[in-house]
Design a protein around this ligand. Structure first.
Ligand code: C2O
Ligand code: CU
Ligand code: CU
Length: 433
């Protein structure tokens, strides 16, 4: 936009029909289409404005998951958009290159709105990410991989009531970018997968069926300082990871989700998805591959808060009945933090059920997991983290930003990102003053 200097995006929330299976039209929701939404992309330092129109016949919101932005632009449950109405949040992108995403956040309805199809990616670039020798041709060797589980009830998406487990809705098959049985033909020696777990309840533990290792180059909020060689990456709902995979000419690599032994009691493993296996995505390498540069051994500086600077400690006890024994209440602010300060939050899951923890506005450092140094996949910038049963994590967070970030009247959320838990009240509110 010439007057405001903003990069403007238009997003329309709408209902439609999607043909996931030949000849079967399934009623779904999407942004600018019938299912999911376009990938938005902006560079650090840019001003952006998203013009949202709610073309649904229900009120909803659009939340910028992982984005550092003033609370009234956040798209949480306090920024409802009525049917037929518009909302145009704007902010300056001020954070490192990362794979972020957007989705609705209406209180008590988030699970349903996301599962009907409202979700999309928001990629942030910066000078460093544009220079680094990582695969970066979008859709060619830099692939968005939005993973969701679904279940069909005839032509319809299962409304969920039949298959609600205590973790929430679990589907019986997975999709990538809204496609069943997905595959991608690859023409490059290395591909970067931007993995997003956009499922409402299911946690995945991704690896390749031939056991091949991959390079983890980024977590929720940005690139790591150096790549980590892994053969598995566990992602709970809302988490992202960027991995670089090496292809072999003419061969197929299958990304699979494996059973997870940190998923809680054996009952939960068995009945809440922890023992399940899914083939998620097939990469088919062409017979001749274009050479790709090796993954750089240094990716850059991690911008992470220092726990030594913390001025305040807080504790959060996770239970499905509420965080710290309280159910979410729209009119109650649970925590008040001071702009420009660092805090350490201790989050504990003392019950047998898997949970995770997501904090709006910030990217945090995982300081420790049950007192130990976190594993490689938790050493980067994070906004959502899986907290297995019996686990205590210490997180360091910093509430940065200019004066527009101080807003005693508009809260940000922290919550379990198993969306039915969130909807049942496993969420709290904080304000930055
Ligand atoms: Cu991805 Cu509060 O949400
Ligand atoms: Cu969020
Ligand atoms: Cu939970």
């Amino acid at each position: 936009d010439e007057k405001t200097g903003r990069r403007v995006f238009d997003l329309r929330m709408q209902s439609g029909e999607t043909e996931f299976r030949p000849g079967q039209k399934t009623p779904t929701w999407g942004f600018d289409g019938s299912y999911l939404g376009p990938t938005l992309r902006a560079k650090r330092g840019e001003k952006v404005e998203v013009r949202i129109r709610n073309g649904l016949d229900e009120a909803s919101t659009v939340h910028w998951h992982g984005m550092h932005l003033p609370a009234r632009m956040d798209g949480g449950p306090h920024q409802m958009v009525a049917p037929g109405k518009n909302w145009a949040p704007h902010w300056t992108v001020d954070q490192p290159a990362a794979t972020l995403w957007y989705h609705p956040h209406p209180h008590g309805e988030t699970e349903q709105h996301v599962r009907r199809g409202l979700a999309g990616m928001f990629l942030v670039d910066d000078d460093r990410s544009e220079r680094l020798a990582l695969p970066k041709r979008y859709g060619v060797d830099d692939l968005p991989v939005i993973v969701q589980d679904v279940r069909f009830d005839g032509a319809e998406l299962d409304s969920g009531h039949k298959m609600m487990q205590d973790v929430g809705f679990l589907g019986d098959r997975t999709m990538v970018n809204g496609t069943l049985d997905p595959y991608k033909i690859v023409h490059d020696e290395r591909v970067r997968l931007r993995l997003l777990n956009a499922s409402t309840a299911r946690t995945y533990d991704f690896g390749f069926t031939d056991g091949q290792k991959f390079a983890l180059v980024g977590t929720d909020g940005g690139l790591l300082d150096r790549p980590a060689t892994m053969d598995r990456i566990q992602l709970s709902p809302g988490e992202r990871a960027e991995v670089v995979v090496r292809m072999k000419p003419g061969e197929r690599s299958v990304l699979r989700s494996y059973p997870q032994d940190n998923y809680g009691s054996s009952w939960h493993r068995r009945f809440s998805g922890g023992d399940d296996t899914f083939d998620v995505l097939q990469l088919r390498a062409a017979d001749r591959l274009r050479p790709s540069p090796a993954v750089p051994s240094r990716l850059g500086e991690l911008e992470l808060p220092a726990p030594g600077n913390a001025v305040r400690a807080r504790h959060f006890d996770l239970k499905i009945s509420g965080i710290n024994g309280r159910k979410m209440a729209m009119g109650r602010v649970d925590e008040t933090v001071t702009r420009g300060t660092t805090e350490v939050w201790t989050v504990r899951n003392g019950n047998g059920m898997p949970h995770n923890f997501h904090i709006h506005d910030v990217q945090f450092r995982v300081v420790s997991v049950n007192g130990e140094r976190p594993p490689a996949q938790l050493r980067g910038r994070k906004d959502t983290v899986f907290i297995p049963s019996g686990t205590t994590m210490k997180l360091a967070l910093r509430f940065d930003g200019g004066p527009e970030f101080a807003d005693p009247r508009t809260p940000y959320m922290f919550h379990c990102h198993l969306l039915s838990h969130e909807d049942q009240g496993m969420m709290g509110q904080f304000v930055v003053v």
